[in-house]
Design a protein around this ligand. Structure first.
Ligand code: HPA
Length: 277
């Protein structure tokens, strides 16, 4: 028998066992990944059991400011969820397989719906810092793929990517946003490796390629989710206008400042979404 591969299905099953040993057995209606500065949602989770990433087999410790690095098991709007406050970025030196690994763990815990969120720079001129953007599609400009390597049991080798973000879940998010009085933008998320922010020339290129927002995460997670048959919904928090569109230098502090400003809208939207799942 061949060795089980790193960050594959067997490793995810082991991580899920360790999580259940801490938190009891759970069948989440959704797995939620909270982007930079958006971890405040964790406070709305009731009966929460928080497990530091360091205690999850296969997880390295999160290193980015604004990312708590915790997995939280509990109830949101009365529904069982598992949330990750923090994620693994390729700019930290991680392999694409590790960037997608938490999704395998959420799936091993029983989640069949994945909600992803991130901080992103706005490219479309009509966007403003503080907007929430429904992710309609993405561009994988990381030029890495988390599925490269041995085919994992349960994976589709060549997953269809014609609808990576589930249209029905997207429609639900539109309706929830509208009933909450939250203006929801929509667009294509361009995923780059980072960690340097883009140059103005790169932002012009991304604009021509069809990206409405740009960030450094999410894409590997969504690819893994589609390969294992999970439905995906996603929201970007437009924390700043991208370089060259905004004329002032960009900083991670600004990104976190904006997420703090819109955290409550974001949290209400996710909570309402989960309540209706
Ligand atoms: N570019 C890339 N990633 C980001 C940005 C940006 O402008 N803002 C927040 N994350």
């Amino acid at each position: 028998m061949s060795e089980p591969s790193l960050y594959g299905a067997a490793a995810a099953a082991m991580a899920a066992d360790a999580i259940c040993a801490h938190a009891g057995s759970v069948t989440p209606v959704a797995g939620i990944i909270l982007g930079s500065g958006l971890g405040g949602l964790a406070q709305r989770i009731e009966n929460a059991v928080a497990i530091p990433f360091a205690q999850v087999p296969g997880f390295p410790t999160a290193t980015v400011v604004g990312h708590a690095g915790k997995l939280i098991v509990g109830a949101l709007a009365g529904r069982p969820v598992v949330a990750l406050a923090g994620r693994f970025h390729m700019y930290e030196g991680h392999d694409a397989r590790l960037a997608g690994f938490p999704v395998r763990v959420l799936h091993a815990l029983g989640a069949r719906t994945l909600f992803v969120s991130n901080a992103a720079g706005g490219i479309r001129r009509t966007f403003r810092a503080g907007d929430l953007m429904l992710i309609r599609d993405h561009l994988n400009l990381m030029f890495r793929n988390p599925l490269i390597g041995t085919l994992e049991p349960g994976d589709v080798r060549f997953p269809d990517m014609s609808g990576p973000y589930d249209p029905q879940l997207a429609e639900a998010l539109r309706q929830h946003a509208s009933s909450l009085g939250i203006a929801l933008q929509e667009g294509v998320y361009g995923g780059l490796l980072g960690p340097a922010y883009e140059t103005p020339a790169e932002v012009r290129m991304l604009d021509m390629l069809g990206a409405d927002a740009v960030g450094m995460s999410t894409v590997p997670e969504v690819i893994v989710a589609r390969a294992i048959g999970m439905r995906v919904a996603g929201i970007s928090c437009i924390t700043n206008m991208a370089c060259g569109i905004s004329m002032h230098p960009l900083s991670h502090a600004e990104v976190l400042e904006t997420t703090t400003r819109v955290a409550s809208q974001f949290e209400q939207l996710v909570e309402t979404f989960v309540a209706a799942l």
